[in-house]
Design a protein around this ligand. Structure first.
Ligand code: FPP
Length: 250
């Protein structure tokens, strides 16, 4: 158990995919799937906090999601307003700090105000940081980081990974240790491109509204069994107790 506790990821990033299919299977409109998706998210925040995860980052609305039918987009925007009204106090009570990452400029004043209210109310909380990626894209993030670095006077020769990291949307968090995508698709979909360079990837067919504590524990157990090498070499202890070096790996 003590060994297992060491293998709890500090930061988990999640693509919450499958709400639409979950609803379709039940002959319900897609937006109903998103509503159940919010409930799954609240459960996920609770479970992650209970397991000692310090940062949870979720993809709630991508830069590309504007291409969805208008009623689904407006439904998702309304869901932000109702979710903040319904859950903010509860989340704050259990020590959740909420941060929004993404391009706020294109989001309506009402939605922006709701998110900023959530950030303000939870600013002092310390148990877990929930970062909601909203109107977010990984490529947008890299571009905005470069633009802000240059606007701050950085010259070409000063731009390196350490400098750009300070301008990325998640500058306040360590890189995700574990990247989870539900819903059966096996791709990153322009989520945290910069930050997932060395994340362990976990894909599951489970649709997001069904992603409960048992499913989270499966993902955490899978993560705990991974051997993270960050481009180095795998080392192991041989039967004689001698340290041996195995194959190099990327
Ligand atoms: C992907 O499922 C899910 C989304 C685009 C939205 C995720 C949003 C939520 C879980 C709730 C909203 C969150 C907040 C904080 C208001 P999909 O629609 O692509 O599902 P499909 O692949 O089955 O069609």
């Amino acid at each position: 158990m003590a060994d297992n506790a060491k293998r709890i990821p500090r930061h988990v990033a999640v693509v919450m995919d499958g709400n639409g299919r979950w609803a379709n299977k039940r002959l319900m409109p897609r937006i109903v799937g998103h509503k159940y998706g919010v409930d799954a998210l609240i459960g996920c925040i609770n479970t992650c906090a209970d397991r000692g995860i310090e940062y949870l980052t979720v993809f709630a609305f991508s830069s590309e999601n504007w291409k969805r039918p208008e009623d689904e987009v407006s439904g998702l925007m309304n869901l932000v307003l109702t979710a903040v009204a319904k859950y903010l106090a509860r989340l704050s009570d259990i020590g959740v700090r909420i941060q929004i990452i993404g391009d706020r400029a294109a989001v309506s004043e009402k939605v922006r105000a709701a998110w900023e209210h959530a950030e303000r109310v939870t600013a002092g909380n310390k148990r877990i940081t929930l970062s909601v990626a909203f109107n977010y894209g990984g490529r947008w993030d890299i571009v905005q980081a470069c633009q802000r670095a240059v606007a701050d006077g950085a010259r070409a020769e000063q731009i390196d990974e350490a400098l750009l990291s300070k301008y990325m949307a998640l500058a306040y968090a360590p890189d995700p240790d574990l990247f989870i995508r539900t819903g059966g698709e096996v791709r990153i979909s322009n989520f945290l491109l910069w930050q997932v360079a060395y994340s362990e990837l976990y894909f599951t067919d489970c649709l997001w509204p069904d992603f409960d504590a048992a499913e989270i524990d499966k993902a955490l157990a899978d993560y705990a069994a991974r051997d993270r090498r960050y481009g180095g070499v795998k080392t192991d202890i041989s039967a004689s107790g001698q340290k041996i070096t195995l194959a190099p790996d990327a």
